[in-house]
Structures are given as C-alpha cells and as structure tokens.
Design a protein around this ligand. Structure first.
Ligand code: ADP
Ligand code: MG
Ligand code: ZN
Length: 606
C-alpha cells in the first residue's frame, strides 16, 4: 500500500475569529470551506452561481475530501466543476482519468484559459514535453494542479514511479475517474483498461476518489461502485429522474379502433387548442421508427386538422432545416420525426411527446419523452404500444446479435445489454404499475410521488382491463415464436435467424447519449428483413396450425356434389373434413327429427 498519512485538502476550519470579522465587514459568506468554494467559483471559474444545488453540494463534499463521491448528472450539467474547483483549492495534485485524448485536450485547454495549471501525460506528447511535465511532478513544489491521463497511462509501468513519488510525498489530493461508466460492460463505452483502475484505487485507499458519469442505470452504477472499489459510506449526487410535470400513459394500438384519431385527439388536448380560435399553445413531437410512417402520419394528422410535418434523414438537408425551423418558430405545431430529431433541440414548451412505435430502450424512451415540458408546465408523454411492433424490434435485435456472433464468434455482455434495455421498455408497457415508478426503478432511484401523473395511478382498473383485453386479442403464435413478453436473452437462438447480411456493423447503443445512432437507412433494410421473415413464418404456420387458417368452405358450385368426381382440385383436407362433418350432422338430424308426414311417410321415402 502506498498511502502515507492523510492527504492534504482544502482546510475545513470554518468559523475562526478572523472569518467572522471578515463576514461582518464584507457581508459575504464566511470564508470557511464553503466561502472559499464560492469565491473560487466567481474568481477562478467566472461563474456567479452554481448551476444547481446538486452541483454545489457535490462540489463542497468533494472539497471536504472526507469521502469517496459518486456524481451522476446528465451531460452538460457541469460535472467537471465538481472536481476541478476542489482541485484548485487543494494543496496537492489531482489526477484525472479520462477515456479519450480529445476529451482530455478540451479540458486542459479550458483550464489553461482560466489560468489553472493543468496538463496531460499521454502518448501523443513529444519527449521534451513529457520531460518537462515529469520534472515538474518530481519537483518539491509542483506547479501542476490537475494532471489528466488516459486509463492506459494510469496502468503503464512507466507512470508508476511518478505516481509512487506523488503518493509518498503526500501530494496526491484526489483520484478522479471521469466517464466512469466505461468500467461497466453494461454501459455503452466499455473500456477494459478502466477495470484496472480498481487496482490503482486499492493501492491508494486514503486518497478520496470521485467517479463521474451521465449514465444513470442501476446496473451501471453498481458496476462503477464495485469495480472502482469506491469506499462506503459513499456520497452520491444524482440528478433524480422523476419529472413531476410529465403525465405518462401507454395506449395499446391493437385495441384502438382508429389509432390516428386517438393520436389526433391526444395532440389537440395536449396543445389545448381553443376550438373557437384554433390557436395552439406550444408544440409537440411524434416519434416513429420508419421514415415512410413519418410521412404518412404527418398526412393523416394534417388531414384530421392537426398541422404536422415529417422530419427524417431521407429528406434533403435544406428541407430538414426549414421544417425544424418552422417547428421551432411554431408555424407548425407538430413534427413527426425519427429519433434523429431532437438531439440538441432545446425547446421549452414542448407540450407532448408521442411515440408511435416502441422505443429501443428504457433510457432512450426516457430521454426522448423527456423533451416534453422543459419549462416545468404540465405536459404529456404517450407511447403507442403494439405487440407486433415489439416482435419486430425484438427480431431485429436478435438478428443483429446473430450477425455479431457469426462475425466474432461470441457475444459480449455489452451486446446482450441491448436486449436487456429493450426488455425494460417492454416491461414498462406491459406491467401493471405506476409508470414514473417503473422509470425510477430502472434508474435506481427511490419510488417518486407520482400524484396521479400516469394512467395507472389515475385509473389502475382501466389499465388492468386494457392489458387483459390485449392478452385476449393477442396472437399466441407471435408470442411463442419471436417475441416473448420479456423478450429475454435466454430465448435467443442464433440458429433461428440464419442467412443474414454478413459483415454487419456492431451494435448501435440506445443509451441517453447516442439514441440517434440507430441509423435510419439501416432501419429500412431491417424492416424489409422483418417483413420477409414474417411472410415466411406465416406461410410455414399454415401447415402447422390449420385451425387458425382463414377457412373458406367449398362453394355451392364445387364438384363435390357430383357423385362420380374423384379428384376435386382446391379441396383441402380442411375442406374434406368440413364436408364430412356437414354430412354427419345432416344424417344425425335426419335420424332424430321425425318427418312431418309421420312414420308412414318415412317408410315411403326409404
Ligand atoms: P458535464 O461534464 O456534466 O457534461 P461540463 O462539466 O462539461 O458538463 O459543463 C458543461 C458546461 O456547463 C460547460 O460549458 C461549463 O463551463 C458550464 N458550467 C459548469 N458549471 C457552471 C455554472 N455553475 N454556471 C454556468 N455554467 C457552468
Ligand atoms: Mg463531462
Ligand atoms: Zn403513477
């Protein structure tokens, strides 16, 4: 173990006489730890305030240096500040592990612009640059405050003497693991080298460790804590996923007599269209998986009185921009789009997000539906669920898995994670329970107070009845063949999907940062594959399950009546059985019912 006595951190002696006097004179916060944090926020980083109270409490906790800290906030929430500011206040050096040299360079440039001494040790440096940095680190009072390295560098034997020297001289203030989801095979960016950071962390148990990520699923979080050996009690700062202003509901498409009208009514209600004025309030997004469905749906909605336009990668770039602008400026209230729409679109008054097709993952659905109600006002999120749709996506995922398996001979947990993520959204649709609770559970949060902000909490009986109807009307075949309700990994059979396109690219990830990766052109191909598969299965099915065939009885003109005919074309086994049954019934009835003319007549007839 490398660790010397406690590492030096920002002094935490709040409330000295000097501090109190300062406070009285200046009217500012006392220059204890929190005061120093606020001062550095303004003077060093140039921010008037913290972005959120979560950012503030995370920063202050890290600055105390007493515990390991786990920070989980969405991209752009300002996670870097949570360790950069404490690093500036600390006496020693902070080592930051980051997965990409490009990311590291951005951070270092940003810090240098703020006149904070930061540098990076990486394979791209010249020998001279490396020498200068190592010399500084070896000096009695190093100038560097933040040292950024890749996980590979952290594990490299050439780096160990520097690390040992910093630790033995009590100069290591913090170990920071940025983009910490890279330790998890369930994350979208697994990096084997991140796993080795657990060993590094174990060698310096007294140095506080801070792990940061935007990936919020419970599984990934558990992996991070375990793999990095984060010390308990751990301080966790996590943006809660609960959005109290969003109303979630699921509609079973197969049970709707007119899904288009249902969607139209939903749009109008969410947009609060005043019948007399026809004035829309805010706007909405309808997500579809396929481009042609976007086009069609936009027409159907417009035809029913809701102005809508389609947006997808099949349109010319100029058209896409102008449609997006029209929507941004609220000239058209509804955009019907593939998931390529919405990344980086920040519109506050999106009153609804409808999914015409099931999302590819729970995280994807949460992110897409979360574009509603950014202004905090009541907004609606509706998912149109259909088991046929579920089976399609399930099929496509399995197909892609089989392609990967064929190509690489094996599947990683991260490949299988795609199926698990999809199972979660299927369960969200098919399980009885609060929708907000289901989302929170997926992201490892406590059950939030839904307060009748979902269909289940508003009317559990109705949701239960709907689900029962769905169960009744559901086709048994589709469930047993391709899509069990939890389209579980165990049911995956690569043999079933042979003959796919070879050399297919690896999986798209459907997590919060890359839900647009599932490219649309590819999607069209997949849809065609599904259609072919479906047709093939339907034709096979005819032989296997004759009772479900659309049986047409032989017509009156059928030569069956001709006693001499022996070969009757188009007369199926089913048709013969049908005729035999009719004959038996006729004979039976004839036997039981006495003819009107009495026994004699019968005798006569015989
Ligand atoms: P994350 O790592 O969570 O994705 P960053 O740390 O890169 O986010 O920060 C995102 C942006 O927010 C940066 O431009 C950063 O300068 C800015 N930022 C961070 N904290 C604050 C703050 N307190 N006030 C204003 N802007 C901030
Ligand atoms: Mg970041
Ligand atoms: Zn609820």
């Amino acid at each position: 173990m490398l660790q010397p006595p406690a590492a030096p951190h920002a002094e935490a002696s709040a409330g000295s006489a000097r501090n109190k006097a300062f406070c009285k004179m200046s009217g500012e916060a006392p220059p204890g730890l929190e005061g120093r944090v606020r001062k550095a926020l303004r003077k060093v980083f140039g921010f008037e305030s913290f972005k959120t109270s979560l950012q503030e409490s995370a920063t202050v906790t890290v600055a105390r240096g007493e515990k390991d800290v786990f920070v989980c906030m969405p991209t752009g929430a300002g996670k870097s500040l949570c360790y950069q500011l404490p690093a500036v206040l600390a006496v020693g050096i902070t080592i930051v592990i980051s997965p990409l040299i490009a990311l590291i360079q951005d951070q270092v440039d940003h810090l240098l612009a703020l006149k904070i001494k930061a540098c990076s040790l990486n394979s791209k440096l010249s020998a001279q640059e490396k020498k200068t940095i190592l010399a500084d680190l070896a000096s009695e009072k190093p100038q560097v405050k933040l040292l950024y390295i890749t996980p590979e560098m952290a594990a490299a034997s050439s780096f160990q003497p520097t690390l040992n020297s910093l630790v033995s001289r009590n100069l290591l203030s913090y170990l920071i693991i940025d983009e910490a989801h890279c330790v998890s095979q369930w994350g979208h960016d697994f990096r084997p080298d991140y796993l080795r950071l657990g060993t590094l962390r174990a060698r310096i148990p007294r140095t506080p460790c801070v792990a940061l990520t935007a990936t919020a699923t419970r599984q990934v979080q558990e992996d991070i804590v375990a793999a990095l050996k984060l010390k308990q009690p751990l301080s966790t700062f996590k943006t809660p996923c609960f959005r109290s202003n969003l109303f979630y509901d699921v509609q079973f498409k197969e049970l709707l007599t007119d899904p288009y009208t249902n969607l139209k009514d939903f749009c109008l209600k969410a947009l609060e269209v005043k019948n007399t004025t026809g004035v829309y309030s805010g706007c909405g997004i309808v997500y579809c998986r396929m481009r042609d469905v976007c086009d069609q749906l936009a027409i159907e909605l417009s035809y029913r009185g809701v102005k809508a336009k389609a947006y997808h990668a099949g349109l010319k770039a100029a058209d896409r921009t102008s449609i997006q602008n029209e929507w941004m400026e609220e000239k058209i209230p509804v955009i019907v789009a593939t998931i390529s729409f919405g990344m980086g679109v920040d519109k506050a008054n999106v009153r609804f997000v409808a999914h015409w097709n099931i999302a590819k993952s729970m995280a994807g659905y949460y992110q897409e539906s979360g574009r509603a109600g950014r202004d905090g006002k009541p907004s609606c999120c509706r998912l149109y669920y259909s088991r046929n749709d579920r089976d399609q996506v399930s099929f496509l995922i399995k197909k892609e898995l089989s392609n990967i398996q064929e190509k690489k001979g094996t599947l990683k947990d991260s490949d299988k994670a795609v199926m698990t993520a999809f199972d979660a959204i299927v369960s969200f649709c098919e399980e009885l329970g609060c929708r907000h609770a289901a989302i929170a559970k997926y992201f490892g949060d406590d059950t939030p107070p839904c307060n009748k902000c979902c269909d289940y909490c508003r009317n559990p009986g109705a949701v239960k009845r709907q689900l029962e109807s769905l169960e009744r009307c559901s086709n048994n075949w589709s469930r047993t063949c391709v899509g069990p309700s939890a389209a579980s990994w165990d049911s995956y059979d690569p043999e079933l999907y042979e003959g796919g396109r070879k050399g297919c690219r690896g999986f798209s990830r459907y997590d919060e940062e890359s839900s647009g990766n599932w490219d649309e052109a590819n999607e069209e191909n997949r849809k065609r594959e599904w259609d072919n598969f479906y047709k093939k299965q339907m034709s096979l099915r005819k032989g296997k399950e004759p009772e479900k065939e659309d049986f047409v009885p032989p017509s009156a003109g059928c030569p069956l009546k001709d006693a001499s005919s022996r070969r009757i074309s188009k007369l199926t086994v089913k048709g013969r059985e049908h005729c035999l049954k009719m004959l038996e019934e006729a004979l039976n009835t004839n036997q039981k019912v006495p003819a009107a003319g009495g026994e004699d007549d019968v005798q006569d007839q015989v």
